[in-house]
Design a protein around this ligand. Structure first.
Ligand code: KG4
Ligand code: ZN
Length: 353
């Protein structure tokens, strides 16, 4: 039926969808090794389905080609599960959102192509989402941080301090010049013979160890920059030297090594975050990304919040690592602004905001 929009004074399909009482968004995330689909209704998560790809574990890291193939297998059942779990039919959807960047190009392509096909078949608008922006906005699923909001996003590929002035107005004020924090966790875990992904294993062992037993150097970078390649190298040489003296050194001391490495990484992360919070005069502070699942980092933020009088935001575990709910919440705010993309949208392995 033709629709007359009272705001724009035109017959318009977008206005018709906007005026509908509920904005139902199907969101797809496929940037790395997680195939995820979520359904978001007016910014509320009705379903968030995640298919993890365990096969990478035996290779000690994500194998891009295998990840793409697994996404191809998973995407239809995962989307089906999300719609069924949400109790939302295809006819009730208002838009389809997908992760456009950054990520593994083959993995991204699966999500982008699926979203395009789905949107075309159902005549739905498409919303392209930046994965790093989505990690930050994951905080707005269950809470309502006030702006300006400062978020430390720490994942396997990124370490960023993001100043958020509004939902879609963000600036990266600090970043790493080399490895990401998650990468440092994963590489140290590999040196210790722990399986991939190493971050959660280091965290688990660290909870049983002494964080002050071994000392590792903290990098001294300017402004709000990070560097994690130094700690990686110093752990490598430390283990090499100690194993020469005692071949069982790692087995005997694994908990203390994990606790000491974790302590140093968190100290570096928190030092720059605190510096930025003071300089930018922000009191609403959060952490996001896979490493925000780390028990030590979560505690450190809580303590810093008490010490500095910050309101702190720690995401639920399911919203720390990659998930489509965060893509959906970002898409929700883009939908409200009418920020859609065309069928010519292309994925990008690396992309500025
Ligand atoms: O955000 P994410 O799921 O994927 C990327 O976009 O990279 O982050 C994955 C990273 C991995 O490096 C993983 O080891 C790390 O998050 N990670 C953790 C913990 N859980 C996941 N690192 C430290 N402690 C954890 N508990
Ligand atoms: Zn991520």
């Amino acid at each position: 039926m033709p629709y007359y929009c009272p705001v724009f004074g035109i017959l318009d399909d977008f206005c018709r969808r906007l005026m509908k009482s509920t904005i139902n968004i199907l969101a797809i995330e496929s940037s790395c090794d997680e195939t995820s689909a979520a359904v978001i209704a007016d910014g509320r998560v009705l379903s968030n389905q995640i298919a993890t790809q365990a096969m990478h574990e035996r290779f000690g890291g994500v194998v891009p080609e295998m990840a793409s193939r697994a996404h191809m297998q998973n995407i239809v059942p995962v989307v089906h599960a999300a719609l069924t779990d949400a109790g939302v039919s295809k006819e009730e959807l208002s838009a389809v959102a997908f992760t456009q960047a950054p990520g593994l190009i083959g993995s991204l392509m699966v999500g982008v192509c699926f979203a395009k096909g789905f949107a075309q078949a159902r005549q739905l608008p498409l919303i392209s989402v930046h994965h790093m922006q989505a990690h930050v906005l994951a905080h707005f699923i269950d809470a309502k941080p006030e702006f300006p909001f400062l978020c430390l996003t720490v994942s396997g590929g990124h370490t960023q301090i993001v100043l958020c002035r509004d939902f879609l107005d963000m600036e990266v004020v600090g970043t790493t010049i080399d490895d990401a924090a998650g990468e440092a966790f994963d590489k140290v875990a590999k040196m210790l013979g722990l399986p991939y992904p190493g971050g959660p294993r280091v965290d688990k062992n660290a909870q049983l160890g002494d964080p002050l037993r071994f000392r590792f150097p903290m990098s001294e970078m300017k402004d709000y920059q990070y560097s994690f390649s130094g700690i990686k190298t110093s752990v490598l040489y430390f283990i090499r030297d100690e194993v020469k003296k005692d071949p069982d050194f790692v087995t005997k001391n694994i908990n203390d090594i994990c606790a000491s490495v974790q302590y140093t990484i968190i100290k570096m992360l928190m030092a720059k975050l605190t510096k930025a919070a003071h300089a930018l005069k922000v009191r609403h502070i959060g952490i996001a990304g896979g490493v925000s699942a780390n028990s030590g980092l979560r505690n450190a933020l809580l303590e810093a919040g008490k010490k500095h009088g910050w309101q702190v935001y720690i995401p639920k575990f399911e919203y720390c690592t990659d998930n489509a709910a965060m893509i959906g919440i970002t898409a929700h705010y883009k939908f409200l602004k009418g920020d859609f993309c065309g069928l010519d949208a292309v994925p990008s392995a690396r992309a500025a905001w």
